[in-house]
Design a protein around this ligand. Structure first.
Ligand code: SAH
Length: 260
């Protein structure tokens, strides 16, 4: 029986599985990391591409054992919670990360990757299936209602594309919502911060009051908020979703100069 607590919705359609794998452009020299392989449906299709090395991280002990039996020495099965593994992921590049992610922790999984230092030197791309509503928030641009912390954090370090939406009928058990396949590619040129927590703090302050005009959060963060608004050409009467990604990064730079 699939476990709801572990977000187990297995993909069962070969055409969809093939689409996911094809969009990852796997080469023989690649190291593949798969998050939450489950019963190994996606794993099996990835294996056909003969990657150099293939590691999977699966939290469910029964499934991890099943995968070991099913694939023997063709893959390396790590029976752990991905959220405890980030500092241990240190394989040879190029690494491509795949996952039909457990929906209850999909944003946590993604943001934990994003926060890794020198992301581009460690990961070539992420090929992830999210619930569509989360994918929409990741992809959102400014001046739209979905724009927020998740869009800013992911835009900071990656280029993002949607490959396709996936009908719930292709999963078992069938989820209530649609899903989307996204590819996120780390960029070489990335704004450097002293601490990513500062960016999270700043965007939290803005988006926890997303209906308020930005004068309020700006004032909360900066004593000289009027000068800052002028320097960055920000209209104090707009709302948080109307400021560009780039301006949030600039604001974070200024904020970092204030905090120790
Ligand atoms: N990739 C498979 C299964 C996707 S369902 C398929 O497409 O068919 C999500 C999978 O993630 C499940 O197998 C679940 O057990 C696993 N999982 C859930 N939480 C996890 C965690 N914290 N770390 C690693 N795997 C996890």
């Amino acid at each position: 029986m699939p476990k709801k607590s572990l977000g187990q919705n297995f993909l069962r359609d070969n055409k969809i599985l093939n689409n996911i794998v094809e969009s990852g452009d796997i080469l023989n020299n690649d190291t593949i990391l798969e998050i939450g392989p489950g019963t190994g449906n996606l794993t099996e299709v990835i294996l056909k591409k003969n990657p150099k090395r293939f590691i999977v991280i699966e939290k469910d002990k029964n499934l991890a054992n099943l995968l070991k039996k099913k694939f023997n020495s063709k893959i390396e099965v790590i029976n752990k919670d991905i959220l405890d593994c980030y500092d241990k992921i240190n394989f040879d590049m190029p690494i491509k990360v795949f996952g039909n992610l457990p929906y209850n922790i999909s944003t946590k999984i993604l943001t934990s990757f994003i926060k890794i230092e020198n992301l581009k030197s460690k990961f070539e791309k992420f090929v992830f299936v999210f619930q569509k509503e989360v994918a929409d928030r990741i992809l959102a641009e400014e001046n739209t209602k979905n724009f927020g912390r998740l869009s800013i954090l992911t835009s900071w370090k990656t280029n993002k594309v949607k490959v396709m939406d996936i009908d719930p009928k292709y999963f078992f058990p069938k989820p209530k919502v649609w899903s989307s396949l996204l590819i996120l590619t780390p960029r070489l040129k990335v704004e450097k911060f002293k601490n990513v927590k500062n960016l999270e703090h700043l965007t939290n302050i803005f988006f926890n009051q997303r209906r308020k005009m930005i004068k309020k959060p700006l004032k909360q963060l900066f004593k000289n908020y009027e000068k800052i608004a002028q320097d960055l050409d920000l209209d104090l009467n707009t709302r948080p979703q109307n400021i560009t990604n780039k301006k949030y990064l600039e604001l974070c730079k200024l904020y970092e100069n204030l905090v120790k």
